[in-house]
Design a binder for this molecule. Structure first.
Ligand code: B12
Ligand code: SF4
Length: 480
């Protein structure tokens, strides 16, 4: 079968800030379909001109579209175009996994694939090609003669080493221009599933509570392939819990050294508690090029941390920060504001703390109820949605009615937070927070004054966009 896979352009913010990352979702699906003899093309609208889409639609039998929550309205527009061109339309991704009925009810989508799609989508395409009954395909929802049918869930892929590498050759890899430690980097996924179940996150429901991981050999095989094929020496591991198993980290480090590949730089997500309990692992990470770790620090308030079901406290947060600094690993600090019970002073306490932490990069998000989360269920039950215009669900706009903070105040607090952290004179004129560290095999790139000014300029532009968007959002809410 001829299959066209489309990634919507997504939130304006990320595109405008130049964050463009290859959609591994579609690249994994494409690799699997190709392995099974289908012809596949990927169109990532984040980097390709939109007019390509119209021509593309003609030559394919089936169109698969990816949809997370903020890109869902755009995904529906694409589905509409595909439907009017007479194509079979399949949608997958986080949003439609939990709101499959809503997608089918739009009349633009024929089938929804729920959860991780490699095997489910392959089975679906085979079933359609061979005109088999769709009731046989686990993990999908569809309309059977107009009646909503939700087949049984499919188990997610158990052995991730068996999946083919993502079909990056179907992407315009030159279009993704991101750098880490002064080098171009690309993204990888080395594990799936999450045992933690935080209040605001749907990962554990999407991929299950069981953590499934690739072997060290498989990860380093992919690194070697990316290095040989594209020349990448920097990698971002986008899995939710790259460091969940210290044993795997040690094996990964040994494998890199065995193949003499430890001169790379890499980035990963980690929980605070895992780092704190495993100092030797952190040391080993630094020895094999760990450049930056994303820490979900969330809040400086213990009550908030409990609400978020994080199972971490302020002490552990501080210890994790000190540990990463000790071994010369940069920090990406991620903070949340806008819980139902949070007050303005509580948010300000977190902002002030983030300023003091002064992580190399900092991100603030507005607490957003994504489908499939416990938060979403609470907001639905308490009828606190300001609206369900999903485009605004990008974690930069207030979408919940809070007890103590108005949407306008929250929008202002978000801009203020970035201002406090990035326009902090100590940050601009002071020394880099992390000195070059002997533990690092790859010398850490030290920001020059010019680069610092560039960061301030980027932060300034981001705040300008935030203000502009906040004004738009205010007027949007007034018209509700
Ligand atoms: C990398 C990443 C980004 C990157 C870019 C995304 C990209 N091009 O890959 C950037 C930084 C831009 C980004 C931005 C945001 N992200 Co993001 N991101 C991720 C992250 C960490 C990894 C994505 C990934 O590569 N996964 C691995 C692949 C293999 O899995 P997958 O994408 O889920 O794809 C599988 C299935 O979903 C399904 N599938 C997907 N598409 C399709 C299509 C078809 C046709 C079929 C059949 C199946 C299918 O099959 C795929 C293969 O198994 C995920 C968390 C995670 N662990 O997935 C969050 C995640 C996707 N992001 C999330 C969010 C909230 C955001 C933001 C809205 C906010 C924010 N501040 O982060 C923004 C805005 C996004 C936008 N639309 O504009 C949420 C989405 C929740 C939701 N309901 O939408 C996630 C799940 C994080 C979380 N746990 O909350 N993100
Ligand atoms: S926030 Fe991280 S640790 Fe918590 S459930 Fe989501 S992926 Fe797991």
């Amino acid at each position: 079968m001829n299959v066209l896979l489309i990634n919507p352009r997504g939130s304006n913010f990320y595109a405008k800030m130049g964050v463009m990352i290859p959609p591994l979702s579609l690249a994994y699906l494409a690799a699997m379909l190709r392995q099974n003899g289908h012809v596949v093309k990927i169109n990532d609208l984040g980097v390709e001109p939109p007019d390509l889409l119209k021509d593309d639609l003609q030559s394919f039998d089936l169109v698969g579209i990816s949809a997370d929550t903020p890109s869902y309205p755009e995904a529906l527009e694409i589905a509409k175009m595909a439907k009017s061109a007479g194509k079979i339309v399949v949608m997958g991704g986080y949003h439609v996994t939990f709101l499959d009925q809503e997608a089918l009810g739009s009349g633009m989508v024929d089938v929804v694939v729920r959860g991780e799609g490699e095997y489910i989508f392959s089975n679906l395409v085979d079933a359609i090609e061979n005109k088999r009954n769709l009731s046989e395909v686990e993990g999908i929802s569809f309309l059977n003669e107009g009646v909503y049918k939700r087949n049984a869930d499919a188990a997610p892929p158990e052995n991730l080493d068996e999946l083919p590498f993502p079909a990056r050759d179907l992407l315009n890899m030159k279009a993704y221009k991101n750098t880490m430690n002064g080098m171009p980097f690309t993204n990888m996924i080395t594990s799936r599933g999450c045992p933690f179940n935080c209040y605001f996150c749907s990962s554990s429901r999407f991929g299950g509570l069981k953590w499934r991981s690739r072997s060290a050999k498989s990860i380093v095989d992919e690194i070697e392939h990316l290095r040989k094929t594209y020349g990448f020496r920097a990698f971002s591991f986008m899995d939710d819990n790259f460091t969940l198993s210290p044993k795997r980290i040690f094996e990964f480090a040994d494998e890199l050294e065995r193949r003499n590949l430890q001169d790379i730089s890499w980035w990963c997500f980690s929980r605070v508690d895992i780092l704190v309990k495993n100092e030797p692992m952190v040391k080993r990470m630094a020895e094999v090029g760990a450049y930056q770790v994303f820490l979900g620090l969330e809040s400086n308030n213990e009550v908030m941390l409990e609400t978020y079901n994080k199972h971490i406290g302020n002490n552990q947060q501080q210890q994790a920060i000190e540990l990463l600094r000790k071994y010369g690993i940069h920090i990406h600090g991620s903070y949340i504001m806008g819980d139902i019970k949070e007050t303005v002073p509580m948010v300000e306490q977190t902002i002030e703390w983030a300023r003091r932490v002064n992580a190399e990069t900092t991100q603030f998000s507005i607490l957003t109820p994504y489908p499939g989360t416990a938060l979403y269920a609470d907001i639905e039950r308490e009828n606190r949605f300001l609206h369900k215009n999903w485009t605004w669900y990008d974690a930069l706009h207030p979408v919940i009615q809070l007890d103590h903070i108005t949407p306008k105040q929250l929008g202002k607090l978000l801009t203020k937070a970035y201002q406090r952290v990035y326009l902090n004179p100590k940050r601009v004129f002071g020394r880099s927070p992390v000195p070059n560290n002997k533990m690092q095999n790859t010398a850490l790139h030290q920001q020059t004054f010019r680069e610092k000014i560039d960061t301030v300029r980027t932060a300034g532009y981001f705040m300008y966009l935030l203000r502009k968007q906040a004004a738009k959002a205010d007027s949007f809410r007034k018209h509700l």
